[in-house]
Design a protein around this ligand. Structure first.
Ligand SMILES: NC(=O)C1=CN([C@@H]2O[C@H](COP(=O)(O)OP(=O)(O)OC[C@H]3O[C@@H](n4cnc5c(N)ncnc54)[C@H](O)[C@@H]3O)[C@@H](O)[C@H]2O)C=CC1
Ligand SMILES: O=C(O)C(=O)COP(=O)(O)O
Length: 389
């Protein structure tokens, strides 16, 4: 029986992928084999010795201490693209909100008083304050052309916008999915200088934290609309407020409320609802649950942010040994020697590395003795060993 601890509200459709005769799933488990979570912060969580996998039912993993998990040989899985449409739709909504001053116009309309005729008179008299702009011919700058950025860029093209995008590590898949005619920028600064609306779709990392700061905003076009549905830390809120107050920026629409932004007329800060659709929650939960289940049951790895992708069909009915280790010389030799010294044959084997980590799956003709497994666990450089019967 595998024990899966849940943080946050994980869609039942995802949890249903874990058959209860083999998986105990609860938010109260003490010694979990795996964790399924959304935005809960794991940085201060005391990682239990029993933990073998982490499944993020979403895209961003900045709430998870990925490096510390790697050091323990624990793969962290996520759900790439599973909520991209949900975020794209909210980003489009944000762009329309900003372009047509919908929030201040609505707030004004709610203050109207008197009978219908009086309300109508005030509305007609004041509506010029909310004159907006149309999107065709305007330029959208997209920073980060992954699952979400590509969707947003393509939708903006379909709305008649010019689109300029920046992503120094764009994948072949994203490049294929991108509409023709999206212009390639070579820096964030180039995007800021060219765009009327800038939207951010990068993960929060040491490289992207504080990416949009005072000097970048100063170099932006007059009247910039900035959209941030990526992470709070990517934008310096105080710099945004200063640019709005100075009249250089038109508006900021984001998914991350903060004290600095609270109450500002030109800011709409939503409560992190980018992925909060039933569809996205289901997609993410199903994907993360499937990945975690597959790893626990077979040792195979798909969509991990720290481990290599590795899928080996089971060969034979003997034990399957999985080893996560530091990516240094002679590890594979030690693994196969340990099996050979036990007088056992290797039926099949697959080894892959990613950065400082390597991972091997070894199908054995027979049953591995406990002392061999223990010796492997104690081997220098070995991070995690499992035997799947
Ligand atoms: N508001 C919300 O509820 C949600 C927010 N997000 C946030 O959006 C981020 C992006 O999500 P996806 O598009 O699904 O991820 P993704 O991994 O498909 O795309 C991220 C892209 O950013 C690029 N990138 C990384 N560093 C960059 C840099 N310095 N400059 C330009 N590009 C850079 C990568 O090459 C990659 O193509 C997530 O990491 C998460 O933080 C994601 C889903 C929901
Ligand atoms: O997938 C992401 O990166 C998100 O930010 C969505 O977060 P959530 O799962 O809605 O708490």
């Amino acid at each position: 029986m595998f024990k899966v601890l849940t943080f946050n509200n994980i869609s039942a459709r995802g949890l249903d992928r874990l058959p209860r005769e083999r998986f105990e799933v609860s938010s109260e488990i003490q010694q979990p084999d795996a964790v399924l979570l959304r935005s809960a912060k794991l940085h201060d969580w005391a990682v239990p010795e029993t933990l073998k996998a982490v499944g993020r039912a979403g895209a961003g993993v900045n709430n998870i201490p990925v490096e510390a998990m790697s050091e323990r040989g624990i793969p962290v899985f996520n759900a790439p693209g599973a909520n991209a449409n949900a975020v794209k739709e909210l980003v489009l909504a944000a762009m329309f909100l900003a372009a047509r001053n919908i929030c201040p116009a609505w707030a004004f309309a709610q203050t109207l008083e008197g009978d219908d005729a009086a309300m109508n008179k005030q509305a007609e008299a004041e509506k010029k304050r909310f004159t907006g702009f149309e999107l065709p011919g305007r330029t959208l700058g997209v920073v980060g052309l992954g699952a979400i950025g590509v969707n947003v860029a393509n939708a903006a093209k379909a709305l008649g916008m010019n689109v300029i995008g920046y992503d120094p590590q764009i994948t072949v898949r994203s490049a294929w999915n991108l509409e023709a005619g999206v212009r390639r920028a070579h820096s964030v600064d180039e995007v800021m200088a060219a765009a009327d609306v800038v939207t951010l779709h990068v993960p929060e990392t040491d490289d992207t934290r504080g990416m949009i700061n005072g000097s970048r905003l100063a170099a932006a076009r007059e009247g910039l609309v900035l959209l941030n549905f990526a992470r709070a830390g990517i934008v310096d809120d105080n710099a945004v407020v200063a640019a709005l107050d100075a009249g250089r920026m038109r508006s900021y629409v984001c998914d991350f409320p903060s004290a600095a932004l609270k109450g500002h007329d030109a800011v709409v800060a939503l409560p992190h609802i980018g992925a909060s659709t039933n569809e996205a929650q289901e997609n993410c939960a199903i994907m993360a649950a499937d990945e975690v289940r597959d790893f626990l049951e077979t040792g195979n790895i798909m969509n991990s942010v720290n481990f290599p992708e590795l899928v080996l069909p089971r060969n034979g009915s003997g034990d399957r040994l999985t080893v996560a280790n530091a990516n240094v010389p002679n590890m594979l030799g030690q693994i196969s020697s340990a099996v050979a010294e036990a007088g056992l044959n290797i039926a099949d084997m697959y080894n892959k590395s990613r950065g400082d980590l390597a991972y091997s799956v070894v199908d054995i003709d027979g049953k591995l003795p406990g002392d061999v497994v223990e010796r492997l666990r104690q081997t220098e450089g070995v991070l995690a060993v499992r035997v799947i019967e």
